[in-house]
Design a binder for this molecule. Structure first.
Ligand code: HPA
Length: 270
């Protein structure tokens, strides 16, 4: 694993002139944010040694270097989901590469189902904490002390300062921002009504099939994380209707400019 990380990060160091300190993972329907990135250098995942290749429709696979709000950033257009069959090591490999490249800030977005009855479709939820319900842990197995501690602290997995900045920016821009706990599950099925209810009872506000593995590894690597969910469907009793991947993508696209505006502003400030 360490050798693979070295190989891949050396390749990227040779390709990228000036390595930024911030990386963004663009989730479902947020790939469009790429259009807001200027002076783009696009590196397809297929050209990056040891990088898995994204398989799901609507998730194109490119690493993008460029500027957002005048600041240099790295962006992942398309991420690797556990339900696609990748191991947790593969799902989180890009985070290890970010670590090796010296990335300090990780911004994440995803699409999620909302269990909180005050949420509406199209809302943005600032993730304050998560509940990990994936069946496998990305840090299971041998710990490499040079990558992080055996028993990482998760008391502030989502950086408080960044969250406060997000709240301020949202207020300035008149963007409604919800807050809550993200429940990470393996998918690929959407939830049954009983499952949504269960996730609500255990303290969840939204549920999705990504983010948690990457955020765990980013914390292991001591990165500061800020993450948002776009609420694309509702898992609230009385409001549950049939949901498809297309509905999720459509709803995510509509909310995207709001997340883009918040992220751009915060990236300028850090
Ligand atoms: N459940 C799980 N993942 C999701 C959902 C959902 O309702 N919506 C978007 N991603």
């Amino acid at each position: 694993m360490l050798e693979n990380i070295r190989q891949t990060s050396n390749y990227l160091k040779s390709k990228i002139e000036e390595i930024p300190n911030t990386a963004i993972i663009l989730g479902t329907g947020l790939g469009e944010l790429v259009h807001e990135i200027d002076n783009k250098q696009i590196i397809p995942y297929t050209e990056i040694p040891n990088f898995p290749v994204s398989t799901v429709e609507g998730h194109s696979g490119n690493l993008i270097v460029g500027t957002l709000g005048g600041k240099k950033i790295l962006a992942m257009q398309g991420r690797f989901h556990y339900y696609e069959g990748y191991s947790m090591q593969q799902v989180t490999f890009p985070i290890r590469i970010f670590q090796a490249l010296g990335i300090q800030y990780l911004f994440v977005s995803n699409a999620a189902g909302g269990m909180n009855p005050t949420f509406d479709i199209g809302d943005i939820m600032l993730i304050e904490d998560h509940i990990n319900l994936f069946p496998e842990h990305p840090l299971r197995g041998k710990n490499y002390d040079e990558l992080g501690p055996r028993f990482p602290d998760m008391s502030e997995a989502y950086d408080k300062k960044l969250r406060l900045m997000a709240m301020e920016v949202a207020k300035e821009k008149n963007i409604k921002l919800q807050h809550g706990v993200y429940v990470g599950v393996q998918g690929p099925t959407f939830e049954t009504p009983a499952e949504y209810y269960f996730f609500r009872i255990i303290g969840g506000d939204a549920v999705g099939m990504s983010t948690v593995p990457e955020v765990i590894v980013a914390n292991h690597a001591k990165m500061k994380v800020l993450a948002f969910s776009i609420i694309t469907d509702l898992g609230v009793i009385g409001k549950i209707i049939e949901v498809s991947h297309e509905d999720v993508q459509e709803a995510a696209k509509l909310a995207q400019p709001k997340i883009a505006a918040i992220m751009r502003e915060i990236i300028q400030k850090i």
